[in-house]
Structures are given as C-alpha cells and as structure tokens.
Design a protein around this ligand. Structure first.
Ligand code: NAP
Ligand code: MG
Length: 403
C-alpha cells in the first residue's frame, strides 16, 4: 500500500441525497480515503437530516466553509410538495445551495469537462466555456402585476432621508397588460465583477461580459460601468495574467461564443446565466460532465457537480436494478477542492494527486469505458456501457497503478 498524502487543512464535506449520495460514498471509499490522510468536517445535508435539524445543519456547514475555506457538496433534494410527502418532512425546506450562497455570497462558475471522444455539439468548441452567473436580483427578485383595466403604472422611489419622491411613468395602460419591477444593488454587482475577475486571473482565461446597454442605458449600463471600474482596478493583475477583459453586447456575445474555440469565462447577468449555462452544458455533451464552484468575494470555495440527485436512476437502484450513472462531475468536485486545498496549503503532492485522478478519469472515457449517458454521444461509438460502480472501480484500479 502506498503512503497516504497528508492533507494539511480540513475540508468541509457535505453529504447529500439519492443516487449522488451512493456515488459520493463510492468516490470517498475508492478514490479518496485509500490515498489521502484527510480531515473531513462532515455535514449530512441529506433531506431527512436537514428536516431533523430544522435545516440548521445547512447553516452550520456554510459557516464551516467560512472557517476552513473549502467545501465539497454532494447534490441534495430541494423539497417540493411531493418530496414533503415522500420523506415525511416538516416543511418545504429552502434549497441548500441558496442557503449556502446567501451566507457565503459570491458567484457560481460552471465549467464543462472536455474529452476527445465526446465531441461538443458545436465543432468550433475546443476549450471549455466557463459561465459565471450573477446569482442575485433582476427577474429572480421581481414584483409583478397583471393590469386588468386602464390606468397608469409608475416607478416610485421614496428616499429614507425624507427627500423628494421620484416618480417615473412606465406606461399608460388603455386595457389589459402586465408590468414588472426589478432591481439590483451596487455591492452585489461589484462583488460579482470581482469574483469573475479573480476567477479569470486564477485560470488565466479571458473574461467576457455581455449586457444590453444600448437598450437599457441605465440598468444594464450600471452593470457595464461597475464591471469596467472593477476591471480597471485590477488592470495590473489582468495584464500580468496575460488575459483580457472584453465588454460585448449580449447578442454579439452569444454569436461570438457560438463560433469561438472556447476557453473564456463568460460573465452573465442572472437571467442570461440561467439560460446560457444550460445551452453550454448541453452543447458540451452531458450534465454529468458539468462542474460547478461557488467562489465568495473573500475567496472561500464550494465545489459540486452541476447536476441534481439523479432521482430517476435512484428509483431504479432501489428496485435492485443496475444503474449507469455518470460520476465524473462528482469526482471533479473532489479534485477541484483538493487542487485548491493543495494550492492554498502549498502542498504540491496533493495537487499532483488530484490532477492525476482527473487525467485518469478522462483517459478512461477516452479508452472507451464510460457510462450510458456518454455512450449515447461518443465518437467513435462504443458498444457497451459501464455500470455506476464499474466505472469507479476501473478508475480506482488505474489510480493505484499510477501512484
Ligand atoms: P438531475 O438530478 O440533474 O437529473 C435530470 C436527468 O439528467 C436525469 O434523470 C438523467 O437523465 C440526467 N442526468 C443528470 N445527471 C446525470 C448523471 N450524473 N449521469 C447520468 N445522467 C444524468 O435533475 P432533476 O431530476 O431535475 O432533479 C433531481 C433532484 O435533484 C431534485 O430533488 C432537485 O431538487 C435536485 N437538484 C439538486 C441540485 C444540487 O444539489 N445542486 C441541482 C439540481 C437539482 P436520464 O434519466 O434521462 O438518464
Ligand atoms: Mg436554468
């Protein structure tokens, strides 16, 4: 048996639900614990345990990430009415990711894993396109009203200091229609811009930001100006990283992305990020290949797979049927956290271990061993798919040999 690599500082581990919980356990048992001497601060975010603790465990986990700097999270159920019944829950607990994001603040970056035999839908794409989504405000915190008779809709701003009210007309309705009020705040936009700039510098990739400031001169213009100011402040670091900051109109950005070779961070306003991250994920192949990391303005990191708990596969598993669920994005959540831990702790052996594991995963798929979701799109085609556990076993065997 090889000597285990010592991980200096603890990592916060957040366990989850369903199929991803099963995968999580396999990864830990076969790819992590045999090789690392690691102190994991364990939090069970499985929906039953969140329910038992009145969701306090999620808050505790987020604070632990603040303390130790790095967390890894398994996918979790965000309960709806059906789940409340299924798991006999006290209430429809909020999304754990939302709770963690609210405590850490920050930006979610999603990056696809690229493999030679999993061609993207767009031939031009050669390098990953990372999406940085602003996760606050705009239509996600809106106030809407259906107008059902003639009348005037206005924006009214009432200053707290007793100053003069500002009233702006939105529209004089002659009949039925609809109206919406949205907002954003400077602090959040600046922290979004800073997170994106830091990520781009870390990864040494260009940073693009797109908005529609030709039409929305004030709202979108506000984003454009704050982004430009933050990029200006970081000018020297951006230059040293050998990267560029580009502002584009959002429609131009979409057109440029589609014909580009990739390899940039695309900073998106909230709605654009919601829509475009699904386009990019699907364009690169499978949800099972999409990684996700939350980066806070004070450089705390939370790594996870972008997909959910893969419920449909879990129900099959519960019936005793074999499953072929892709574990790659979950494995890369672990390696992403380990690389970051190694960089911060200055332990290069840990970085090398994590990079080796990533290389082996990619080489395994490229050698034709893959789960069913990838088999559907692999080129050249393969005739057989690996079961969930089989894939991890092959990676584990190859990892033992490589070390
Ligand atoms: P999902 O778990 O991402 O799965 C949707 C479908 O995508 C699956 O049924 C499967 O398609 C395919 N898929 C996703 N990941 C895969 C993988 N690793 N390997 C192979 N196929 C994969 O999304 P969902 O069904 O909408 O949500 C299920 C639960 O996850 C919900 O309770 C939701 O609240 C939760 N969720 C959690 C997170 C998070 O914790 N970050 C994010 C999203 C959703 P086929 O069935 O066609 O094979
Ligand atoms: Mg979406």
């Amino acid at each position: 048996m090889t000597i285990k690599i010592k991980v200096k500082t603890p990592i916060v581990e957040m366990d989850g639900d369903e199929m991803t919980k099963i995968i999580w356990q396999m990864i830990k048992e076969k790819l992590i614990l045999p090789f690392l001497d690691i102190n994991l601060k364990y939090y069970d975010l499985g929906v039953k345990h969140r329910d038992e603790t009145d969701d306090k465990v999620t808050v505790d986990a987020a604070h632990a990430i603040k303390e130790f700097g790095i967390g890894i999270k398994c996918a979790t159920i965000t309960p709806n009415a059906d789940r409340v019944k299924e798991y006999n829950l006290k209430e429809q607990w909020k999304s754990p990711n939302g709770t963690i994001r609210a405590i850490l603040d920050g930006t979610v970056f999603r990056k696809p894993i690229i493999m030679k035999n999993i061609p993207p839908a767009l031939k031009a794409w050669k390098k990953p396109i990372t999406i940085g989504r602003h996760a606050y405000g705009d239509i996600y915190k809106n106030t809407e009203y259906v107008v059902d008779k003639p009348g005037t809709a206005e924006i009214v701003f009432t200053p707290k200091d007793g100053g003069r009210k500002v009233t702006l007309s939105i529209h004089e309705f002659k009949g039925r229609g609809v109206v919406m009020g949205i907002h954003n705040i400077e602090e959040s936009i600046r922290s979004f811009a800073q997170s994106c700039i830091n990520y781009a510098i870390d990864e040494k990739i260009d940073l693009w930001f797109g908005a529609k400031d030709t039409i929305s001169k004030k709202y979108h213009g506000f984003f454009r100006d704050l982004f430009a100011e933050e990029a200006e402040k970081a000018k020297e670091r951006i230059r040293q990283a050998g990267i560029q900051y580009r502002y584009l109109l959002i429609d131009d950005a979409v057109a440029q992305i589609v014909k580009s070779p990739g390899g940039m961070l695309w900073a998106c306003m909230n709605y654009d990020g919601d829509v475009m991250s699904d386009m990019v994920a699907t364009g690169f192949g499978s949800l099972g290949l999409m990684t996700s990391v939350l980066v806070s303005p004070d450089s705390k990191y939370e790594f996870e797979a972008a997909h959910g708990t893969v419920t449909r596969h879990y129900y099959e598993h519960q019936k005793g049927k074999p499953t072929s669920t892709n574990s790659i994005a979950s494995i890369f959540a672990w390696t992403g956290a380990l690389v970051k831990r190694g960089e911060i702790d200055n332990t290069p052996q840990l970085v090398t271990f994590a990079r080796t594991l990533e290389r082996i995963v990619i080489a395994t798929v490229e050698s034709g061993i893959m789960t069913k979701d990838l088999m559907a799109i692999a080129e050249p085609p393969v005739s057989k798919y690996a079961l969930t556990g089989e894939f991890i076993d092959v990676v584990s065997e190859r990892l033992k040999k490589a070390l």
